[in-house]
Design a protein around this ligand. Sequence first.
Ligand code: SF4
Length: 905
Amino acid sequence: MHETKSICCYCGVGCGVIIRTDIDAGTGAAKITGVRGDPDHPANFGRLCTKGSTLHLTTHEEMRALQPEIRTERGVPRQPVSWDGALDAVVDKFASIIQQHGPDAVAFYISGQLLTEDYYVFNKLAKGLIGTNNVDTNSRLCMSSAVAGYKVTLGMDAPPGCYEDIDHAQCIFIAGSNTAFAHPILFRRIEDARKKNPALKMIVVDPRRTDTASMADLHLAILPGTDVALFNAMLHVMLWEGWCDQQYIAAHTVGFEQLKATVKDFTPQFAATICGIAAEDIVQAARWFATSPATLSLYCQGLNQSAHGTHKNAALINLHLATGQIGKPGAAPFSLTGQPNAMGGREVGGMANLLSGHRNLADPKHRAEVAALWGIADVPAKPGKTAVEMFEEVRSGAIKAIWIACTNPAQSMPDLKLVNEALQAAEMVVVQEAFRQTDTTHYADVLLPATTWGEKDGTVTNSERCISRVRAVVSAVGEARHDWEIAVDFGQRLAHRLGRPSLLEFSNHEAIFNEHRETTRDRDLDITGLSYALLENSGPQQWPFVTGAVQGKKRLYEDGIFPTESGRANFVDTPYLPTAEDTDARFPLHFNTGRLRDQWHGMSRTGNVGRLFSHVEEPLLSMHADDMARRKLMDGDIVQVTSRRGNLHLRVTASPEMRPGQTFMPMHWGNQFMRGLGANALTINKFDPQSKQPELKHAAVQVSKLNLPWQIVAMRSGEAAHRLARLQPLLAQFDYAALGLYGRDNELVILQAAHHAAAPDALLNEIDEILQLDDEHKVMNYRDAKRGISKRALLHGDHLIGVRLTGETVARDWLKELIAQTTDTKLLRSWLLAPVSAPPAGQNPRGRIICNCFDVAEQEVANEIKLGMDLPAIQKKLKCGTECGSCLPELKRLCAQVTVVGAQP
Ligand code: SF4
């Protein structure tokens, strides 16, 4: 057994992990067998959330792309090919397009999941070698408004705070972030800080009453997109009450007078009408924010993913500047990054409008500096196409070939109809990906298998500017290669073909890091004092870390000097503008998207771990109970959700989190796990004029009931990843379908679907064959042709291992538990396929699992509460919430909701 330190590859908290490897007795090769939190890492001090703590379960080879593949024409399956064959074919196509149509006819769409070294190489390949700025990234969908917000106010894209500020803050203002789900380990730190300091106030701004919001001292459930009106009104109150720090404003800022004129009209009463909240709550928020000794704002996609994202960020930063809540312990505007290395991508300028070392493409001096560093005559001045623009140009044919690395735009981009049309229209789609089956690999003309977590070496930077080493612990699977290696190999071949210097003579990832380091010299993020050796010996370090320094800088702007020409921060005038799409009589409901606790992005990794489905099993549309009643909808009904761009079929659930008039769907499910393209079939591609970040948080929709009387549930344990992959292509054949996993040691795959009429026998036969329920001699069979009911069960000894129910599916939940728990079914045989509406005695379904670490169900917790137990007592008995803590907010909420039996109301 061997242990190696590395970093969790999910969110921007950037938790340190210790990966355990063992030697496989058969092959003699190292394999990943466990993961635990790194007690020495400053992001998490040993803690991991549900996602991080199950990373070792995501390394199935079955789901990986193992060898390069190519297809010669659309519509035919790709065939395996050598690396030489694949890269030469791509070089042929890219070179001929560049020669015929110019460098801007090709594009690279990369990812915040890449390591800094990978990012650097792609950026240099596009902007240096090929001569196009058409390199953008999925970070455009995630934090480009935060980048723009920092730049227009503070002068540079640098989060001024650090995680330690949570321990010093007296007021934490969370806006547009369900931190409890999206950045769980940071939320644990907030819980700790509140425990230590009961006076610490927490304000949450979110249209939904999320787990984060339910823990707040003040929840401002604003109407979607009204953040700027709220922040302007808070500033209005601060000015009126004399809570602004006039000394700080005078000494360290410019532009306040103009902003004052804008916020003059934003009285609390005026903003209350726009935001749909009480005027007194706006005053209270302003009071706590301004008068607290230290206020820390944490914000994320709710501000960023908006057609006015830059203004939302700037309006919040205005509040910090106006009250001097910046540059001191516990006080900062602190944007949280969604992805593990969105920050690293920003550092190397891995976006269409940026250059290495936080330089701006639009600045001729910056272009000349980068050209000199790269040894080329110039970097093209023409701005590259940002994410949405890039896919529009691919669809129009202006961009003819696109290379997509480590991301899944066919699921994550807004308005997926456009993206799908673009990928169909492209002359060549190259997909460099670790996972074989994503919504985007479907379009790949060339699939290049890449290494992933556990196999890669390099660095990442987390939300608090902390650079950590990512380490390889096992060899690459199949023929997979490192992302930077693939880009370097391609670049060298392309340079040879075009008769240019390759610029990419890197022999290892450390050489890339060293070159990147040089581009930061004398910049705000200067890391010239850092090296792999130092990271190796002293662990993670924050930037800036200049030559000769012994440590990085925790906190920025402590001296009140900002990296602007005047040295002063800028107040930005932020008029309020409504959301980019209006609701109306046809589309009367707001549609919001976001994250779940236990899934990550497009599920290519988390979608292969059974226990990560047990908190939320299928894609659900959350609505307010009144909106459901008005449409005669019951919990679990299947509905059609329609926007001006497309529709989806989903089950609906009444959620106390929702305000009337609003709906919510998790972003994670795409057509690998459901029928339909996922949430982004409905979203709009309008984007912020400065940050170019699209509005993923609001679309106008209508919801109506679907009548799908025919239903099927099919479940099977064993070979889950393999069966999942085989069932995925069948989802599109039903009117409604969802695919998932369940269980811990004994994982089962679950297909549930509904249709307007009975599905054809051929489709059922295919499902039976995939789940090995097709052998008439081995399965228990029940058929009632008159009632359209057919059921099959497969036993292994006395254990149920597979079930297919059609026509009547009420036994689904308890049969699922029988399979997952490998229960002895000797005494239950006669029940397995019986026409029952309730399970036999002692076989109750467990329902939703709240605590993934100790496998504790919501119902089990509720039972203890009803018996009068408080949370500490329940935790002592069931252990829930005592390991990763991700379920703590929900446990607290349950304790507040469930009534003790016999208690007086
Ligand atoms: Fe990974 Fe969870 Fe830490 Fe994010 S909070 S880095 S997902 S362990």
